[in-house]
Design a protein around this ligand. Sequence first.
Ligand SMILES: Nc1ncnc2c1ncn2[C@@H]1O[C@H](COP(=O)(O)OP(=O)(O)OP(=O)(O)O)[C@@H](O)[C@H]1O
Length: 287
Amino acid sequence: MASGNIDMTKDTILKVEHLSMKFGGLMAINDFSFEAKRGEITALIGPNGAGKTTVFNCITGFYKPTMGMITMRRRTGEEHLLERLPDFEITKKAKVARTFQNIRLFSGLTVLENLLVAQHNALMKASGYTFLGLLGMPVYKKAAAGAIDKAKYWLDKADLTERADDPAGDLPYGAQRRLEIARAMCTEPELLCLDEPAAGLNPKESLALNNLLRGIRAEGTSLLLIEHDMSVVMEISDHVVVLEYGQKISDGTPDHVKNDPKVIAAYLGVEDDEVEEVIAEELGGTL
Ligand SMILES: Nc1ncnc2c1ncn2[C@@H]1O[C@H](COP(=O)(O)OP(=O)(O)OP(=O)(O)O)[C@@H](O)[C@H]1O
């Protein structure tokens, strides 16, 4: 399906097929298909209103699509049809985690507490859901120690160790965003979905974010991010899918997509056949 030299030999982690989403009379997504490969950073981009958030919400269970199939393939080979799962099972069973465009942390809790709360479900399971279990069972103690180790690990990766005991709400914006990602990683997802992770970050914070995302990829977690700023994704993505008016207009490597006249036209807001003329005019104007 993909063009532009995408590595077809890699294992597919997410397959979206013929996805459509209608809001009243508006067809926000229209017969949209793409695949994300395991171990890669896949970016879904497009101009404002193209339908990125809607696709993202369908994948992460916030919307039930009008039509289409979304298959998540776990490392074990187990497959889950995400459009049929309630959102909490998308995290728990299918191992898909997400972050939000507007940061959603427990701002009164410390940075470390935010990372421990994320592991609440695993800890409660280890307690056997009993008070006694919480008090004394070795299995709970082991799980609690494991949760602290995991939190420490992600504090370090997100460069937040020094702020571990500070309230999350006191962190600068970029650090809050990294904390949100670290918190999602504590649930051990196989696919991490990020909603405009670079929005509102300054260049230094963007660099720290890119390093964190590359680190996550290096550990084998696949990433799917949505972004409307093309320049942000070009640096870190392995694969870029472009949406316009709810339909796919390009799909391939960052280089392929960047040079695709359809994409240039979409971002410049002109017709395909006017692209060369507009670019020549722009260049003429800057010379
Ligand atoms: N809950 C909703 N009810 C009605 N229309 C919606 C809803 N959500 C999205 N839309 C419409 O669907 C279309 C796609 O919107 P969407 O937010 O998915 O685009 P986007 O690419 O994420 O845009 P942006 O970059 O501005 O966030 C838009 O026309 C939007 O107005």
